[in-house]
Design a protein around this ligand. Structure first.
Ligand SMILES: *[C@@H]1O[C@H](CO)[C@@H](O)[C@H](O)[C@H]1NC(C)=O
Ligand SMILES: *[C@@H]1O[C@H](CO)[C@@H](O)[C@H](O)[C@H]1NC(C)=O
Length: 194
């Protein structure tokens, strides 16, 4: 009986850790919008961590169909071999609208937690889904806010990578709706590496 109890309590603990998959802790938030399909998981090259990011953002369309956030690009660097300022980039799924914003860096640090700005459901109105993102840097906790759009509101911070930092991502992207209401990028999860 005692063993059964132990097994059950272990199962209970595991059910509290849905973000632990394949050895990579996942960072998620609860306020993402739900439209679209999860893109491929894109990981930084081995030994690299995300130190900077850029967003693909569509400006306000006036009376037209707004999509706001269309993409997130992570700039991956190798802390043990960064003499030339070399980096690699990863993006997962990216929407077709908007322009890439200037890169923001956690200088000599890495991205370690995030928060998403999301517009709630507009009913018959024009939905945009996710609009902007903020990250905390790994050591200082300094906050970097993306150059996204202003609609909606910020949710809660994700957990922080328990060790080291973000090294990959997967985005939820709505495919083009034709004459319908496009929202583009709606949610994201990040992966941590040790
Ligand atoms: C991220 O930065 C904000 C603002 O400085 C701070 O309030 C928050 O606690 C930080 N979160 C983490 C996980 O460090
Ligand atoms: C943020 O966290 C608070 C406290 O846990 C919760 O009540 C609230 O619903 C959360 N907000 C979002 C947008 O997930």
């Amino acid at each position: 009986m005692r063993q059964l109890g132990l097994i059950i309590s272990h199962l209970f603990l595991l059910s509290w850790m849905p973000w632990v998959t394949g050895g990579n802790v996942q960072l998620t938030v609860g306020n993402g919008a739900e439209w679209g399909e999860w893109g491929q998981i894109d990981m930084c090259p081995e030994g690299h961590y995300a130190s900077g990011f850029s967003l693909k953002v569509e400006d306000s369309q006036g009376g037209g169909d707004d999509t706001a956030l269309n993409g997130i690009r992570l700039y991956c660097v190798d802390p043990n071999n960064n003499v030339n300022g070399d980096y690699a980039t990863v993006e997962s799924s990216v929407g077709r609208w908007g322009e890439w914003t200037p890169v923001k860096w956690c200088v000599s640090q890495f991205l370690a937690s995030f928060m998403l700005r999301v517009e709630p459901l507009q009913g018959w109105g024009d939905d945009t889904g996710a609009n902007n993102i903020k990250f905390n840097c790994s050591r200082s906790g300094a906050e970097l806010e993306g150059d996204g759009m202003e609609w909606g509101s910020w949710g809660n911070w994700s957990i922080k990578c328990p060790e080291d930092a973000i090294c990959g991502l997967q985005t939820l992207l709505e495919p083009p709706q034709g004459t319908g209401d496009d929202t583009a990028l709606n949610d994201v999860r990040f992966f941590c590496c040790n």
